[in-house]
Unconditional design. Sequence first.
Length: 337
Amino acid sequence: MIGDKKVLYSGMQATGTLTLGNYLGALKNWVELSDDDAYERFYGVMDLHSLTLRQNPAEFRKNARNLYALYVAAGLDPEKNCIYFQSHVSAHAELGWILDCFTYMGELNRMTQFKDKAAKHADNINAGLYTYPVLMAADILLYQTDVVPVGIDQRQHLEICRDIALRFNNIYGDVFTIPEAYIGKAGAKIMSLQEPERKMSKSDENANATIYLLDDVDTVLRKFKRAVTDSESEVRYDAQTKPGISNLIDIYGAVTGKTREETEREFAGKGYGDFKLAVGEAVAARLRPLQKRYQELVADKSYIDSCIKENDGKAQYFAGKTLRKVQKKVGLTERIR
Ligand code: TRP
């Protein structure tokens, strides 16, 4: 809690361009909560986490700033939501180190995301990739967070964060608030348009598999037109036998608010071609205002700069409070002022 408000905290890695999956799985939920004054809201651009994969410095710097602008373009007002860069608040790295010392290798060995990434980047299995969930725990715990809206793939990371916080509290008293995951209902997991058994990913080699938030209308329509489906022709939800169509039904539902049954009824007797076109148009219509706002923001450097400055300071203030408390609890020597 901060004052009488609950704290909401989330963030995304600052790599590549955001996908429709990132938007529907996470960002859209953030925006829905972003006018709720019951919450004090923090959204990080998680650039330290991005360093677990080798980055091209110039591209990385550009992507991180663009991610900031995309948060805002998607509907998070930076004057009401503390949107900031993780690397600008040194308390993250400092608490991360302390929490490393309260995390067991056995726990980290169980992390499925680590196993996946280690398999994918066998030439660079660095220690940061391994302790990634501990830095994430530090992100969350620094702000005395109550709720963390994330995609379903982050559930395990939330669990370990809670375990670390409980362990710490058991030793030192109530230092950290124990956070809860908030997984949105519809569209929590958007699958690849080409291999609908796999998650939509920004790093997919097949360009047709992924919708990017900055794709233009023609590209969006073309990718949906080429989406892999099954050999039937009935628009019917069945994730097992019809994963492609089921994914499209979920995407359509997430952007229009329609339930699976409503969509099935709407397209009863119509073919896949009509349905794919409708999904493409609905997605493009949803992205249009976001893209327009994004272009305006990118053109107005001084506005984003002032938001960054203001919010970095706010984040530093709250994170610093928790960090000093932790340092004192574990027995680090107090500074002389
Ligand atoms: N690991 C998250 C992801 O890949 C990003 C992240 C880092 C995060 N720190 C966080 C999300 C803290 C929520 C809270 O999506």
